[in-house]
Design a protein around this ligand. Structure first.
Ligand code: AMP
Ligand code: ZN
Length: 113
C-alpha cells in the first residue's frame, strides 16, 4: 500500500526506532509512548486490520505474538506487559496496517477507556 504509514516505515521511507526486524516482521518504538516501554510489532505484509487477516496468515500472527513476548522480556518487562490489537474505528485503530502494541514498565489499568 503506497499511502500506508507503516508500509513506508517497513520500506525505510519513514524513519523509525527499530527494535527488531526479520523477513516478515518489524518492531519499532511508538512515536507517542503511553508507557515506559511502548513498541509496535507489524507484519511487513500490508494487512489493514485484524478483521482483514486471512486464514492463511493466522500462523504469521502467531509468530508475531510470539516475537512480541520475546521482545517484551528483552526490553525489561519481566513483570508483564499489555499486548493490544486495536481494530477499526470502535477499537480505536488510527493506522490501517495491523500492529500489535506492547506496553510495559508500569502496571496497566483495566478496563481500557
Ligand atoms: P492505533 O491507534 O492502534 O492505530 O495505533 C497507532 C500507533 O502508531 C499510535 O500509538 C501512534 O503513536 C503510532 N505512530 C504513529 N505514527 C508513528 C510513527 N511514525 N512511528 C512510530 N509510531 C507511530
Ligand atoms: Zn501497510
Amino acid at each position: 500500500m503506497s499511502d500506508c504509514l507503516f508500509c513506508k516505515i517497513v520500506a525505510g521511507q519513514i524513519p523509525s526506532k527499530k527494535v527488531y526486524e526479520d523477513e516478515e516482521l518489524l518492531a519499532f518504538h511508538d512515536i507517542g509512548p503511553k508507557a515506559p516501554v511502548h513498541f509496535l510489532v507489524v507484519p511487513k505484509k500490508h494487512v489493514p486490520s485484524l478483521y482483514e487477516l486471512e486464514k492463511a496468515d493466522a500462523a504469521l500472527l502467531g509468530r508475531l505474538v510470539y516475537k512480541a513476548q520475546e521482545l517484551a522480556r528483552e526490553l525489561g518487562c519481566e513483570k508483564g506487559a499489555r499486548f493490544v490489537l486495536n481494530c477499526k474505528s470502535d477499537g480505536g485503530q488510527t493506522v490501517e496496517h495491523l500492529h500489535l502494541h506492547v506496553l510495559g514498565g508500569r502496571a496497566m489499568g483495566w478496563p481500557p477507556g
